[in-house]
Design a binder for this molecule. Structure first.
Ligand code: GLN
Length: 486
């Protein structure tokens, strides 16, 4: 159905003008998932019954002439590390394969309150550790633009499902780029809000000081609506911010004359693919045409961000994942002689190789003899990287770079080389270390028709400027009609 490929706003208008019912739209989405997902692998499980019940409620409201929330009736997916009561939440890990959530995450509750039909739980790299979705314990996800390429990770299923029009919107989590990278590889919009803007209650933790939930969609307006629906203070998450989110959607269409755009020098040099570079330069020219001033900026410590991240994130992961011990959740190894052996065997059988690697790295970095040399140093450098950002933001309002130096790579091309995989995140990781909001938006395609993403970064809490700038650029570039063939 053509409408499935449209934006949430267009679908909302079709619903309130009674061109289609919410039930028809949800059923069309179910049909498409059933048809495509055997090939794509974007979903770990579905929640079709819930989606149908919700769609019926939306139709009742419309029939009674009541106003409906903007996202009511819009087909949506959740990353499978977000709790939804009475559904499987597996983190794409064998250790949680049969785990059923006893409660709703705050974001799930908010979507339910807004009558959003949630269609299912989207595949990811195990515990959100990875950049290609090849670390899922269950199955890979394929890129809708080219089935032999990765969709990016770790929110690969969330991105591919929107890109392939199985659903219209989805949520992902971003610890080092896991929303922005797959958005870029799959030709859609993905947005990581400021750390603390969206409650993490009910998101299964990877690295708590970096994790943030955010939206995927087909336009800046759509991601803004979804962001506004899920953002805000939550007493269940002590790191969530007690601050007004503001009304961004009503203020998106501001002209950007005088906007100061910083181009991150370190991310446009050596190692950046030519097509990516040319598209980014074209986007920068477009900003200029719209009245922005362009300035080259330098973030000298950016080159250390990957090293810092792989100490901080793995240290936090080693601590967060200690709870999966065969006692309280998920898989429990059989035939053990004593409790220690049960812990060991459960973890050995339940976790995949990348998760084990991270737990070992993190435990090492936190161990008493090495704490000062690794963990403490990494925290100090994290502060210095934040200082670099703060300094740059004295001169510019937003910063831009490619989201990734390349477009989507071939399946299996990096899966056996963790280090090379880690380098994919060079452009995205620092925003998590600093906490600031950042998004990826499609700006063109390479010579093989694979999508190219522009990363736009703003100061902490300045989602308004970030989304306004992206909106202005989006109107001028108008590239989203280059859809995947699938
Ligand atoms: N690719 C990065 C990692 O493997 C980021 C993952 C994420 O943001 N969840 O850690």
């Amino acid at each position: 159905m053509e409408l499935l490929k449209k934006t949430a706003l267009e679908q909302h208008n079709a619903l309130i003008n009674k061109e289609i019912s919410a039930l028809e739209l949800t059923k069309a989405s179910i049909e498409r998932i059933e048809k495509l997902d055997k090939t794509l692998g974007a979903f770990n499980s579905n929640t079709f019954d819930f989606a149908i019940d919700t769609a019926k409620k939306v139709d009742e409201k419309i029939a009674k002439g009541e106003t409906i929330p903007i996202l009511a009736g819009i087909p949506t997916a959740l990353k499978d590390n977000m709790n939804m009561k009475d559904t499987y939440t597996t983190c794409s890990s064998k250790i949680l394969e049969n785990y059923v959530s006893p409660y709703d995450a705050t974001i799930t509750k908010k979507l339910k309150d807004n009558l959003v039909p949630i269609l299912g739980k989207a595949n990811l790299d195990e515990f959100a550790m990875g950049s290609s979705n090849e670390n899922s314990a269950f199955k890979i996800v394929r890129n809708p633009y080219n089935l032999n390429k990765v969709p990016g990770g770790s929110s690969g299923g969330s991105a591919a499902s929107v890109s392939a029009s199985e659903v219209t919107l989805s949520l992902g989590s971003d610890t080092g780029g896991s929303i922005r990278l797959p958005a870029s590889f799959c030709g859609i919009y993905g947005f990581k809000p400021t750390y603390g803007r969206v409650s993490r209650y009910g998101l299964i933790a990877f690295a708590s000081s970096l994790d943030q939930i955010g939206p995927f969609g087909r336009s800046v307006e759509d991601i803004t609506y979804l962001y506004e629906t899920i953002a805000g203070y939550d007493r269940h998450d002590s790191t969530s911010l007690k601050m007004e989110v503001g009304n961004i959607s009503s203020n998106l269409k501001k002209d950007i004359k005088g906007l100061r755009v910083g181009v991150i020098k370190e991310l446009l040099g050596e190692g950046t693919n030519d097509d990516v570079k040319n598209s980014v330069l074209n986007a920068i020219k477009t900003f200029e045409k719209l009245g922005a001033t362009i300035k080259e900026i330098s973030l000298p410590l950016l080159k250390h961000s990957i090293g810092v991240y792989y100490i901080v994130a793995t240290a936090e992961a080693s601590s967060n994942l200690a709870r999966f011990d065969g006692v309280r959740y998920g898989l429990r190894a059989q035939n053990c002689e004593n409790i220690l052996q049960m812990y060991e065997k459960s973890r050995a059988q339940g976790f995949g190789p990348e998760v084990k690697r991270r737990i070992m790295l993190g435990t090492y970095a936190l161990s008493s003899g090495y704490y000062d040399a690794y963990y403490k140093k990494a925290q100090q450098l994290r502060r210095l990287i934040a200082n670099d950002f703060n300094k740059a933001f004295l001169d510019v309002d937003i910063m831009v770079s490619p989201t990734c130096p390349t477009t989507a790579f071939d399946l299996n091309s990096k899966a056996n080389n963790p280090l090379e995989m880690y380098l994919t995140d060079i452009a995205t990781i620092s925003s998590n270390l600093v906490g600031c909001p950042a998004l990826s938006m499609p700006i063109g395609n390479d010579k093989d028709n694979m999508p190219i993403g522009l990363q736009v970064i703003a100061k902490n809490l300045d989602e308004m400027t970030l989304l306004q700038s992206a909106y202005a650029l989006e109107q001028e570039l108008n590239v989203y009609n280059q859809r995947p063939a699938i």
